[in-house]
Design a protein around this ligand. Structure first.
Ligand SMILES: Nc1ncnc2c1ncn2[C@@H]1O[C@H](COP(=O)(O)OP(=O)(O)OP(=O)(O)O)[C@@H](O)[C@H]1O
Ligand SMILES: [Mg+2]
Length: 364
């Protein structure tokens, strides 16, 4: 087991800087997830930790040792790839045993470790098969088995579930999370799927264009996002952003909605974030009152998504437990408690100094 520290890490391909002065502490035994949009540098970061990609600048520490120039094998790391990277001509057993054989382990020790991994992953009955004769989920289990037998200090996963169908993704997701509880090795897991990040991580690192936007527990990122990018990336369906104008002690919102506000140095134009699950159809409940024109009602069984727009055309999606009688074309009032609203400056920074207050009653 090992702690992994990145200190002022940078990476360039020629003139293109893809990781920019990135510093991060990954606790020993933690399950850390790197999440971010395509091209933000997740795989590059993981490959630098694994030793598959040279580091341009900064220090990589693994278990207290500077590892920038260490051979991949000497780093005590095992990596599981998206495409499994199994040897097609070898049986499952040989695939799992291969790295141990290369490392010179004895026959008995190899057999013991393979049996143990097969037991943990429940693939004992597949040991004699070749990868071509396995399902996607079984192949992914073999790939994980190959990593487990080496008993690495750190496991790296690069989008290991993205080739699986939706149902299998959900079950493998919980299997990997349970594997972590059992093995307690440090695990670093890359995904662009915020649901995977939310459900699996102890700690999420949100990346954007080679920089860290925010690091925190899933709950911290969901409830207390540092900026509009994180607020929009974490949470599903995505947070709604409404244009708002501060005028004195009032905040003017689309469709004539108003709130009271107080705070120092507020920008005149700002944006107000509302999570779909925080909004409630109807006029009951205090807080912000708005109205949307419904364009589409999506039925998901236990819940419904109401898609539409506000009077000024701003797109809006709210979640409702029941949508009896709500039809496309309806004007639907809804409310949102003030404590669920998040305010952002035009550059996306969170406006923490802004206090929202109920609208003052209209004076005649
Ligand atoms: N070998 C390379 N040569 C030049 N540019 C590269 C190379 N590998 C990656 N890049 C660039 O570095 C950036 C980061 O790539 P990376 O693969 O780390 O992204 P990612 O976050 O893993 O994306 P995805 O979610 O699509 O896998 C991208 O702009 C990519 O085009
Ligand atoms: Mg990638």
């Amino acid at each position: 087991m090992a702690r992994v520290t990145l200190r002022n890490i940078s990476k360039s391909y020629g003139q293109l800087e893809v990781i920019r002065d990135l510093s991060l502490d990954i606790e020993d035994g933690s399950f850390t997830v790197f999440v971010g949009p395509s091209g933000c540098g997740k795989s590059t970061l993981l490959r630098m930790i694994a030793g598959l990609e040279p580091i341009t600048g900064g220090d990589l520490m693994i278990g207290g040792t500077r590892a920038n120039d260490l051979d991949p094998v000497a780093r005590g790391i095992a990596m599981v790839f998206q495409n499994y990277a199994l040897y097609p001509h070898m049986t499952v057993e040989k695939n799992i045993a291969f790295s141990l054989k290369m490392a010179g382990y004895g026959r008995a020790e190899i057999a013991r470790r393979v049996a143990e991994a097969a037991e943990v992953l429940q693939i004992g009955h597949l040991l004699g098969r070749r990868p071509a004769n396995l399902s996607g989920g079984q192949r992914q289990r073999v790939a994980i088995g190959r990593a487990i037998v080496r008993d690495p200090a750190v496991f790296l996963f690069d989008e290991p579930l993205s080739n699986l169908d939706a149902e299998l993704r959900v079950s493998m997701r919980s299997e990997i999370a349970q594997l972590h509880q059992r093995l307690t090795n440090t695990m670093i897991y890359v995904t662009h799927d915020q649901t995977e990040a939310m459900t699996m991580a102890d700690r999420i690192v949100v990346l954007r264009e080679g920089r860290i936007e925010q690091t925190g527990t899933p709950q911290e990122l969901y409830e207390d996002p540092a900026n509009a990018f994180v607020a929009g990336f974490i949470g599903s369906p995505r947070m709604n952003f409404l244009p708002a104008r501060a005028s004195g002690s009032a905040l003017e919102l689309p469709g004539g909605a108003r709130l009271g506000c107080a705070g120092d140095g507020l920008p005149r134009e700002l944006s107000l974030g509302i999570r779909p699950e925080a909004a409630r159809p109807g006029r009951e409940g205090g807080g912000l009152r708005l109205e949307m024109e419904v364009a589409l009602v999506e039925y998901l069984g236990g819940t419904r998504y109401l898609h539409g727009h506000l009077a000024d055309g701003t797109a809006m999606l709210i979640e409702a437990r029941s949508a009896a009688g709500i039809r496309p074309g309806d004007r639907l009032p809804f409310t949102c408690p003030l404590e669920a609203l998040r305010a952002f400056a035009p550059d996306g920074a969170r406006l923490r100094s802004l206090s929202l207050l109920p609208a003052e009653p209209e004076t005649a």
